[in-house]
Design a protein around this ligand. Structure first.
Ligand code: 2RA
Length: 327
C-alpha cells in the first residue's frame, strides 16, 4: 500500500481530496498532511484518526512518500512538486503550474488514462471547467470527430476558493466583496482569472489549451467565454459543438448514457435537465439539453454540469491516484 501525502490539506480542495480518498477507500499505508506555516498545527480527522497538519518543507518528502496530491497553488507546486518527484514520489498536481509542460501529462481518467504511462514524476490535474467538458466531449469526438467547440461557462464561487464562497455569503447581506473585483451576489461577472493580451481571460485560455492537450487534438478550433455566477457549488457549461460527421440525436444520447463518468439527464418534457444543485456532492458529469444546432452543419448544443470541487478537482485527482495504484 502506498504512503500518501496531501499538500494544501486545509484548503477547500485539499479537504475534499481527503473526503474522496476516504469515501473511495483508497489504499493508504501512511498518510501525511502538509500546508503552509500559517495552517500547520491544525488537526484533521481521516477515517476516525486525528492527524496534525505539518508545515511543507524541503525535507517533507524524505520519508518515502509514494503519492502526493497537491492543491496548494501554482508557486508552491512549482517549487515542491519537483522536490517531491526527485525523491521518487508521484505528484498529482491540481494547480495550473505544470499543466501545459510538454513532459507533464494532463489527465482525465475517463478521457486519456493512457497518458499516465509517460509521467516523469508529475501528473497535472486539469482546470475544473475543462475536466467536465472533456468527459462529455471525448466519446462524441471518437464517433463523430469534433471540428469546433464554443464554450460558455457559468462557474460557481467555490472555484475561487474560500474567499469566493465568503464573498457570496457576505454579498447577500450587502457586504462588499474581498475576493472578487465586483459584487457576486445578484450579479454575474464575465471575468475569471486575469486578462491576457489577446482579450481572453486566463480561465478561457486554460479551457482552450487544456482541451486540445487532453483530447490529443491540437488542431481543434475552440473559443470560450467564462463567467462567474452566484452559485456556491457546481459549474455549468453551455457547449456548442460542430462535428465532421453527421449524427443522430438518439444515438448521441445512447453514447452519453453508456459513457464512463457521465449521467444523461435529458427529459425536457418533464423539466429534467442538469443543474448545479443536483450535481453538488456528486462525482459524475451531468449532461442534458441535447439539441441540434440548426445554424450550422452537424452542430450540437449541450448543457454540462458537475461539482467543481469534486469531479473538477479532488475526485479527478484521486481517480488519477487510483490509476497509478492499479498500474
Ligand atoms: C475557477 N476554474 O472556477 C477556477 C478554479 N480552478 O475559478
Amino acid at each position: 500500500m502506498p504512503k500518501v501525502a496531501v499538500v494544501g490539506a486545509t484548503g477547500m480542495v485539499g479537504r475534499m481530496m481527503l473526503r474522496v480518498l476516504e469515501e473511495r477507500n483508497f489504499p493508504i499505508d501512511e498518510l501525511y498532511l502538509f500546508a503552509s506555516a500559517k495552517s500547520a498545527g491544525s488537526e484533521i480527522e481521516f477515517k476516525g484518526k486525528k492527524y496534525i497538519v505539518e508545515e511543507l518543507k524541503e525535507d517533507s518528502f524524505d520519508r518515502g512518500i509514494d503519492i502526493a496530491l497537491f492543491s496548494a497553488g501554482a508557486s508552491t507546486s512549482l517549487k515542491f512538486a519537483k522536490i517531491a518527484a526527485s525523491k521518487g514520489c508521484v505528484v498529482i498536481d491540481n494547480s495550473s503550474a505544470w499543466r501545459m509542460h510538454d513532459d507533464v501529462p494532463l489527465v482525465v481518467p475517463e478521457v486519456n488514462p493512457e497518458d499516465i504511462n509517460w509521467h516523469k514524476g508529475i501528473i497535472a490535474n486539469p482546470n475544473c471547467s475543462t475536466i467536465q467538458a472533456v468527459v462529455a466531449l471525448k466519446p462524441l469526438d471518437l464517433k463523430y470527430k469534433i471540428k469546433r467547440i464554443v464554450y460558455s461557462t457559468y462557474q460557481a464561487v467555490s472555484g475561487a476558493g474560500q474567499g469566493g464562497y465568503e464573498d457570496l455569503q457576505n454579498g447577500i447581506k450587502g457586504i462588499a466583496p474581498k475576493k472578487f473585483i465586483h459584487p457576486i451576489a445578484f450579479n454575474v461577472i464575465p471575468h475569471i482569472d486575469v486578462f491576457m493580451d489577446n482579450g481572453y481571460t486566463k480561465e478561457e485560455m486554460k479551457m482552450i489549451e487544456e482541451t486540445k492537450k487532453i483530447m490529443h487534438r491540437p488542431d481543434l478550433k475552440i473559443t470560450a467565454t467564462t463567467v462567474r455566477v452566484p452559485v456556491y457549488h457546481g459549474h455549468s457549461e453551455s457547449i456548442n459543438v460542430e462535428f465532421e460527421k453527421d449524427f443522430n440525436l438518439e444515438e448521441i444520447k445512447e453514447i452519453l448514457k453508456n459513457s464512463k463518468g457521465v449521467i444523461l439527464m435529458d427529459d425536457p418534457s418533464n423539466n429534467i435537465y442538469p443543474m448545479p444543485i443536483l450535481a453538488e456532492g456528486k462525482n459524475e458529469v451531468f449532461v442534458g439539453r441535447l439539441r441540434r444546432d440548426f445554424s450550422v452543419e452537424h452542430g450540437l448544443n449541450m448543457w454540462v454540469v458537475a461539482d467543481n470541487i469534486r469531479k473538477g478537482a479532488a475526485t479527478n485527482a484521486v481517480q488519477i491516484a487510483e490509476l497509478i495504484v492499479n498500474n
